[in-house]
Design a protein around this ligand. Structure first.
Ligand code: BTN
Length: 416
């Protein structure tokens, strides 16, 4: 648990500020260490309410911040423990113990050598092991032989995702993990307001207010799906941001094809389907300042181990899961790692100006060009032939009168 947290504006000394970035934060980390961020490097842990007014959030909702200054990056590596079901990446004794035990998976490690490796007493060691077992790790213990690591639970713990994550920057900095939260996109936005760097991610085992497109809820059963939001800060004009949705959907479709041999397809603009049913959706939220992109939150919901018959009535005929389609229980940790790795690669290609081939592949997987469709955009109906998907991901639809419409979002039905 976080022991104490203090924060405030160095100008007015209160938690309420009228100008952004005039405050500094002092925040606590695990083991009661308190770190202060010097003036000048500060950024408030505030939530934007309108153009100018910033208000401090409830203190207990934060256990850490990421700042975009050299000093903050250092600090970010060192923080944080756990606050009511939320965990962030840190190298606590428990984490070090876990890494060590996993490295020696299948072999007994003596308590004596472990406690000297970790520089903790035998009883402290036992408490950490007990806590890991309570979290679902399968660890055997024997007074004579010590400890034997058998298996990790399929939970999306920061340590699990971090170990073996083959990305360069995505998920390498700040990861927030929640056993339960309202929406990872909402949490990601709060992180962004605290100055989160590109590559920060938020992940949850379940969402109580998961957001789908067009104000719909996203079904988020506990430990059965992947609910993840990735923060990126691309230097692109706002009009280009829908391409990030294409990147995310193509990432998922390619992953399912290559890793699981499932014939995944894309349904414009952002649904991933298997056998005609939706297995994943993406919700992009963009923050702009003047006419530049400040941040993008790419939220992915993927139905992984949801059994047949457990979708709610309104989506039971249109939704599916990897378990249903493959007949196999799928490791969510590996899927998250693969998603982050491939998304990072596509994102870098896109940012390097090599996005053209990605769009071409997306068009193949979406198979929409040349089809007759109807798009319902909140009651505005467009029907016609799809002549192209333009560079920003918008559909070009030519109707029966010969007029061409550029449509950015909506619900598609195929007429042919
Ligand atoms: C859709 O309607 O197709 C988009 C669904 C997006 C759901 C994901 S789950 C993780 C992230 N957090 C949210 O609240 N929504 C997105």
């Amino acid at each position: 648990m976080v022991d104490n947290v203090a924060q405030g504006c160095y100008r007015c000394g209160t938690l309420r500020m009228v100008m952004p970035f005039h405050c500094y934060a002092v925040f606590s980390v695990s083991d009661a260490t308190v770190i202060g961020v010097p003036f000048g490097y500060g950024i408030c842990l505030c939530e934007r309410r309108n153009g100018l007014t910033y208000t401090a959030p409830r203190l207990n909702t934060f256990s850490s911040i990421s700042l975009q200054s050299p000093i903050s990056r250092q600090i970010n590596q060192m923080t944080i423990g756990e606050v009511s079901g939320k965990r962030t990446n840190s190298m606590t004794t428990k984490n070090r113990l876990l890494v060590y035990l996993k490295e020696n998976k299948g072999s007994w490690v003596s308590g004596e050598s472990l406690s000297s490796q970790m520089s903790v007493s035998r009883s402290a060691l036992w408490k950490h092991v007990r806590s890991l077992k309570q979290e679902g790790y399968r660890i055997e213990s024997s007074p004579k032989k010590g400890y034997l690591f058998r298996e990790s639970p399929d939970l999306l713990f920061v340590e699990e995702i971090g170990q073996g994550l083959k990305t360069r920057w995505l998920g390498k900095g700040h990861i927030d993990y929640y056993t339960e939260t309202d929406s990872t996109n909402i949490r990601a936005r709060t992180l962004v307001m605290a100055g989160a760097a590109e590559g920060s991610i938020v992940i949850a085992e379940t969402q109580t207010a998961g957001k789908g497109r067009r104000g719909r809820p996203w079904f988020s059963p506990r430990e059965k799906g992947i609910y993840i939001s990735v923060i990126v800060r691309p230097a692109i004009p706002p009009v280009e941001t829908p391409k990030l949705v294409l990147l995310s959907s193509i990432t998922i479709a390619e992953l399912l094809r290559t890793r699981m041999c499932l014939k995944a397809e894309i349904k414009w603009p952002n649904d991933v389907l298997v056998n005609g049913k939706k297995v994943a959706g993406i919700l992009l939220e963009v923050g702009t300042e003047m006419d530049a992109v400040d941040y993008c939150i790419v939220g992915l919901g993927l139905n992984v181990n949801i059994p047949q018959g457990s979708f709610p009535d309104d989506i039971k005929d249109s939704a599916t899961s990897l378990l249903i389609e493959s007949g196999k229980h799928v490791s969510r940790v590996h899927l998250v790692q693969d998603y982050l790795m491939l998304f990072e690669q596509y994102y870098e290609r896109f940012m390097d100006g090599r996005g053209g081939d990605i769009l071409a592949r997306w068009k193949e997987l979406a198979d929409i060009v040349g089809r007759r469709i109807t798009v319902d955009l909140s009651g505005r109906i467009y029907s016609g032939n799809v002549t192209d998907v333009d560079d920003s991901g918008a559909l070009m639809i030519t109707d029966t009168t010969g007029n061409t419409h550029r449509v950015f979002s909506g619900d598609v039905t195929y007429d042919s």
